[in-house]
Write a protein that binds this ligand. Structure first.
Ligand code: TYD
Ligand code: MG
Length: 480
């Protein structure tokens, strides 16, 4: 009988301590320690090909110049948005974590992917649903699913041909099945349900999650098989269990969106094989997720007449320009304390904008309720949306609509200056592509030297580019 060892783990950051602590010395959170039983059991339990301990495989230092490098082979999926967020396809032997709130569509995304790759063997391991439930979901995803279907795939017989389902939670059993099946890709739904016999504590606990991930990591690297892990996210947006998971895996993707809206965003948080600012957009339909290749068109609502309080901002999410509609409502507060609510935008930043409008432009917003909304359930962090939001607030306050076919891209500073934003050319080009007639940008984005002129060549655009330096100028131009 092996000796039982007890340790305490911080549920927030994974810090390990021999005794219980009220406050975590690592992440400073209170009351996050839970007891877990660690039992380093006899090593007779089979594991992923019990490989020699790292210390026995001595590596020698080599000069960088001597390291031979071959372009990694990437496996392309039929889902273009997915390829994009991964940095151009799945890298062999990579371990990818997909996080997201419950019910957002993680299982749907991965199952859909598994079903649409008939030319390779995909093992979908589920510890959350029974095989009948998975079959039901697959049936839903099956019929005539146009865009994700591989070209030339005519019959439904092809659909899901390479997809094998395994309902199992013990990692040792999973590895046994993997050795038999020899899959080309493994999906694990979810890491929190897995259980390794090497550790005594319950599934989902910090030490289990860590151990199971470590075993899968070793499997991925040694067999060069890519592994996708689905992970749940806690209320405060952390991948449940330890932050440590994020350090172990190669790529972290986050699937997010408002459950009451149809749009979902797959965002790269970390990527060892590509840019960490990529973004994929999907629409959740009754028959699964559909790629959205032109986001701007769906994010702009169709209107016949100009309404006050609505503006369009040219934002950039990752490398992609996107035109987003923002709405503001300013009304006299019925209660003593004015309300400030923002959906899809940081409330602190909104307070800052209101303060700038009050102090620099003399609008009396102190006793007003202000509501801001970014349509489509999307969260925007790009500061270039400031100018559009400020214009929406004033448009609602004055009850004057913003002219049709006008959009904005500029950050607002504390003194009311409009600051330059990055990649302004891309934003202008996107606005022009969608038929906008004028765009307000910062005058600091305008070319000042001859060499800059080459970069931002305004003669290329037919759209009217209006450079502005201060927020008052914008209102002067808009509202006269
Ligand atoms: P699911 O993939 O189970 O979420 P997660 O694994 O992240 O917890 O998705 C759940 C939601 O998606 C559920 O509320 C129903 C919805 N849904 C659709 O709208 N269309 C579909 O085709 C499927 C399969 C699910
Ligand atoms: Mg699920």
């Amino acid at each position: 009988m092996a000796k039982t060892k007890i340790a305490y783990f911080c549920q927030s950051c994974g810090f390990e301590s021999a005794k219980w602590l009220g406050k975590c010395p690592s992440c400073q959170q209170w009351n996050t320690f839970v007891e877990e039983i660690l039992e380093k059991t006899n090593t007779s339990i089979p594991n992923w090909k019990s490989s020699p301990a790292p210390s026995q495989r001595a590596n020698k230092p080599v000069q960088v110049a001597d390291i031979t490098f071959t372009e990694e082979h990437r496996l392309l999926t039929p889902d273009k948005e997915f390829n994009r967020v991964l940095g151009g396809g799945i890298v062999a032997g990579s371990l990818v974590l997909i996080g997201g709130e419950p019910g957002i569509g993680k299982s749907t995304l991965m199952l859909q992917l598994a079903l649409n790759m008939p030319n390779i063997k995909v093992l979908y391991v589920s510890g959350e649903e029974s095989d009948k439930q998975i079959k039901m979901r697959a049936e839903r995803l099956a019929p005539d699913f146009g865009e994700l279907r591989i070209k030339g795939q005519e019959s439904r017989a092809e659909f899901g041909k390479g997809c094998y389902v395994l309902t199992e939670t013990s990692t040792q059993n999973i590895f046994k099945q993997i050795e038999e099946l020899q899959p080309d890709l493994v999906v694990v739904d979810s890491i929190q349900t897995l259980y390794s016999a090497h550790i005594e504590s319950t599934p989902g606990s910090v030490s289990q999650v860590r151990e199971c991930t470590a075993e899968l990591l070793r499997f991925a690297k040694e067999s060069s098989t890519p592994v996708f892990l689905i992970g749940h996210i806690t209320k405060d947006g952390m991948i449940a269990g330890p932050k440590i998971l994020e350090h172990m895996v190669d790529t972290v993707l986050q699937f997010e969106g408002d459950r009451h809206h149809v749009y979902r965003i797959l965002r790269t948080i970390k990527n060892r094989f590509g840019s960490a600012s990529e973004l994929g957009i999907y629409e959740m339909l009754g028959e699964g997720l559909r790629e959205v290749s032109n986001p701007s068109e769906i994010l702009l609502s169709q209107r016949d007449e100009p309404l006050s309080g609505i503006t369009i901002s040219a934002t950039l999410e990752g490398m992609r320009p996107m035109l987003i509609e923002t709405q503001a409502l300013v009304s006299t507060s019925a209660y003593g304390t004015p309300q400030r609510t923002a959906t899809g935008f940081d409330t602190k930043r909104m307070s800052m904008l209101l303060a700038v409008l009050e102090k620099r432009c003399g609008f009396r917003l102190g006793a007003k309720d202000v509501f801001l909304n970014i349509t489509g359930g999307i969260r925007v962090e790009d500061p270039a949306i400031d100018l559009g939001l400020a214009a929406a607030i004033i448009s609602s306050h004055e009850d004057i609509p913003i002219p049709f076919k006008t959009c904005f891209a500029g950050e607002i500073g504390l003194s009311g200056e409009i600051r330059a934003v990055n990649r302004v050319e891309q934003r202008i080009a996107e606005a022009q592509k969608l038929g906008f007639e004028q765009i307000f940008i910062s005058k600091y984005n305008m070319p000042s030297a001859a060499k800059d002129k080459k970069r931002l060549d305004l003669s290329r655009y037919t759209i009217d580019v209006k450079p502005v330096g201060r927020i008052e100028e914008v209102f002067g131009l808009l509202f006269g």
